[in-house]
Write a protein that binds this ligand. Structure first.
Ligand SMILES: *[C@@H]1O[C@H](CO)[C@@H](O)[C@H](O)[C@H]1NC(C)=O
Length: 221
């Protein structure tokens, strides 16, 4: 009897785990990358304390920045941002970023997610996802919309980067919304970034914010 009950428990547990896994078929075949908290490197305006641009509470990382903010160091030439660099550098293989993002209404003209690195260095990134008036777009191309009306709700992003193939595929809530061939050679060092980074193409808002939870990185050869 005890045997049957424990067997039943094992079968039930397996079914529950199977269902949970089944909700994320995009990561099947990938290995989760173990990330330490020190690999979540926050870049923020150099002249303000961290807690004035970043909060990590209840599993949610909240980042915000003002359009008039200073760059990340006194010598850095980039624009205002509060962004996390996931310090897991890759040059080969297939890599996947997963995370849920919430952009409060009002934030516009900001990059919220990037694949850093491109070679030759004509540009710094292989992918940028921007937000304009509630639409999530491919860079600042307002016609290439990956998701509409994303304000004030959680959406799940999966970004798969096959380095050798230079292919990038982006899924929103499990649906493929973008597939393209990235720039340059395959040998550049890459890493994922997320947060808010002011973009100047279309009138950025004064305050830009994004919140993130369940951020994970996966890989396969
Ligand atoms: C958002 O994207 C849709 C689809 O491309 C477009 O029709 C709409 O005008 C865009 N909204 C804004 C506010 O840009």
């Amino acid at each position: 009897m005890a045997y049957f009950i424990s067997l039943l428990l094992v079968v039930t547990a397996a079914a529950v785990i199977g269902t949970a896994r089944g909700e994320d078929p995009l990561t099947v075949g990938f290995t989760p990358v173990r990330l330490t908290e020190s690999q979540f490197v926050v870049q923020k305006p150099f002249n303000v304390p961290l807690n004035e641009r970043y909060e990590f509470a209840g599993g949610v990382r909240r980042m915000w920045v003002y359009s008039t903010d200073k760059p990340i160091s006194s010598t850095h030439r980039g624009g205002a941002r509060t962004e996390i660099k996931i310090n897991e550098i890759y040059r080969s293989g297939v890599w996947q970023f997963e995370g849920e993002v919430y952009v409060p209404a009002g934030t516009t003209g900001a990059s919220v997610m990037q694949i850093f690195g491109a070679a030759p260095a004509q540009q710094a990134t292989t992918l940028m996802l921007h937000v304009y008036d509630g639409n999530l777009t491919f860079y600042h191309d307002l016609r290439r919309v990956l998701a509409e009306n994303i304000y004030d709700r959680w959406i799940r992003l999966n970004v798969i980067h096959d380095v050798a193939d230079r292919s990038i595929v982006v899924y929103v809530d499990g649906d493929e919304r973008l597939r393209y061939r990235g720039p340059g050679s395959s040998s550049a060092p890459h890493y994922f970034k997320f947060g808010v980074y002011k973009q100047s193409h279309h009138q950025p808002s004064y305050l830009m914010e994004s919140r993130w939870r369940n951020v994970a990185v996966f890989t396969k050869p």
